[in-house]
Design a protein around this ligand. Sequence first.
Ligand SMILES: Nc1ncnc2c1ncn2[C@@H]1O[C@H](COP(=O)(O)OP(=O)(O)OP(=O)(O)O)[C@@H](O)[C@H]1O
Length: 256
Amino acid sequence: MSAQHPASPKLRAAGIVKRFGSVTALEGVDLEVGTNEFVSIVGASGCGKSTLLSLIAGLEEPTSGTLEVDGAPITGPGRDRGVVFQHATLMPWLTVQQNVEFALRGERGLSRADRADRAREFLGLVGLDGFERARPVELSGGMQQRVALARSLSYGPEILLMDEPFGALDALTRRTMQELLLEVWERHRITVLLVTHDIGEAVVTSDRVIVMSPRPGRVQQIVDVPIARPRTLASERTVEFQDLQDRILGLIHGAE
Ligand SMILES: Nc1ncnc2c1ncn2[C@@H]1O[C@H](COP(=O)(O)OP(=O)(O)OP(=O)(O)O)[C@@H](O)[C@H]1O
């Protein structure tokens, strides 16, 4: 287990247990994520990665244990946490611009014009200038995920929770989206928690990788990623990168 724990964590989970009927999805999960940290969660299918993310998003309640953001308990979904899922879940009858504006409707003090400006700003950030009036059906999967990312970032969350956000994309688009995510993270310095099946993705993006073990889901090990940033394709060709990736794969297979 890594000795490094953030001094005052942005996000803290302590003793988390989650049961669905007779299934124990999570058993005694402890986790601390620092402000601006980029942390990935990996592990075999069914080890509780999505469940943990849903609990932190406030979409599910733990059976027992404590979940906190900045020391305050998580009691439900909140605008301090943005969520991006594997599928973009855009509203098909709205344009790209309207989809982002819709997410801003609850923002106090934002006029209609402000919402439109904010939506345009974030669509620009994810490289969708010129697509504001398109409908989701006219976009590729990667572009739809860009809209989902813009939508989640537009209301200024401090934590971005991502569940296999690029899992449905082809390898090239996936690579572009990883680079975009890192760019956004470097620029906005938010805290990111990324669930992924792609160990390379976890290593190239993260400060730390949490390896979970299944039945019931627990934190098996936390692996530090000491590779210098910014990370590029060249960093992935290094022995250090390959060794880390192999070590994490070994941990996952050892736990199955
Ligand atoms: N709503 C639910 N009702 C019943 N059981 C559930 C529910 N959600 C998750 N589970 C169970 O909890 C366990 C953990 O599931 P979860 O989806 O969190 O795992 P995961 O690691 O994200 O899996 P995958 O990598 O396949 O997406 C599984 O045994 C799953 O069947």
